[in-house]
Design a protein around this ligand. Structure first.
Ligand SMILES: [Zn+2]
Length: 276
């Protein structure tokens, strides 16, 4: 069962109709190849940002189709529809496993000692031991699991949507913020980045990882591209659009994968506060 199929019929009344999350324009050019009958993906007519126009409201996200609840169904569906490519992708993930440890090590090198915030922290186990861990998590079950990890280390996990959750922290509190596979889900990415700017110390850093809509793989595979998930991916960033949004929110962006960015399905970047 796909995420869209998991929705109740009454769900149509419980969506937010968005304007462009980057520039607030209401000029929207539908991209039918990348849309589903009930989920409209398109590009802003003014700034070109690609986004899902109608998004589910948060409390339904919690109750009806939190990703951790539907992921196993989705994985089975993908496996049965395209066994060869699913197997290839499983093997690829196994090959890449050592690099996940290196991502953990990279956080250790990237951030200065202090408090680190993981937005959409899941189980709360991504922040290296040397930091005081904080999280924001919308799923109640994952929030409890994260608090069990974080409280003994002096931090905690807030149970709230990200934009509200980040407001609960003091200005300049964090030396590092992790936005790993999160901004693509956030229907208010500009508000979240502005909040992150407020709570980040002046010499702090933010790690961002989002699907790369500009990747050659997306252009080749079209709607079959792994970065499409209806309706839970609501923003489709390119390096340019992510950089533009980051600049508007007061950051400079540096790509971590600049050489192979065109063939990488993900954008990985570090944001630092702009001084001028
Ligand atoms: Zn726009």
């Amino acid at each position: 069962m796909s995420l869209a199929e998991a929705l109740p019929k009454s769900f149509e009344d419980q969506q937010i109709d968005r304007v462009c999350p980057h520039c607030d324009s209401s000029v929207f050019h539908d991209m039918p190849d990348y849309s589903k009958p009930e989920w409209w993906v398109g590009a802003c007519g003014d700034c070109g940002f690609v986004y899902l126009k109608n998004v589910p409201i948060y409390d339904r996200m919690i109750e009806e189709f939190a990703w951790e609840k539907t992921w196993s169904d989705e994985r089975e569906r993908r496996f049965s529809q395209r066994p060869a490519s699913s197997k290839a992708s499983m093997i690829w993930r196994k090959i890449r496993k050592p690099f996940r440890k290196s991502e953990h090590d990279m956080f250790g090198r990237l951030f200065k000692p202090g408090a680190v915030l993981d937005v959409g922290c899941g189980l709360g186990n991504r922040i290296p031991q040397k930091f005081v861990p904080f999280g924001i998590e919308l799923s109640l079950g994952l929030n409890r699991a994260a608090n069990a990890q974080m409280k003994p280390r002096g931090g905690h996990c807030v149970h709230a949507p990200a934009v509200e959750g980040i407001e609960q922290f003091e200005a300049g509190f964090f030396t590092g913020i992790i936005l790993r596979s999160f901004l693509e889900h956030e229907w208010q990415p500009r508000e979240l980045l502005s909040g992150a700017h407020r709570v980040l110390r002046n010499d702090g850093r933010i790690f961002v990882r989002v699907p790369n809509f500009a990747s050659l793989n997306r252009k080749a595979r079209g709607a079959e591209w792994c970065g499409f998930r209806w309706p839970d991916h609501v923003n489709y960033f390119t390096p340019e659009s992510l950089g533009a949004l980051a600049r508007e929110c007061g950051f400079a962006m540096q790509l971590l994968n600049p050489v192979k960015i065109s063939i990488d399905d993900n954008i990985k970047a570090v944001l630092t506060k702009r001084t001028a």
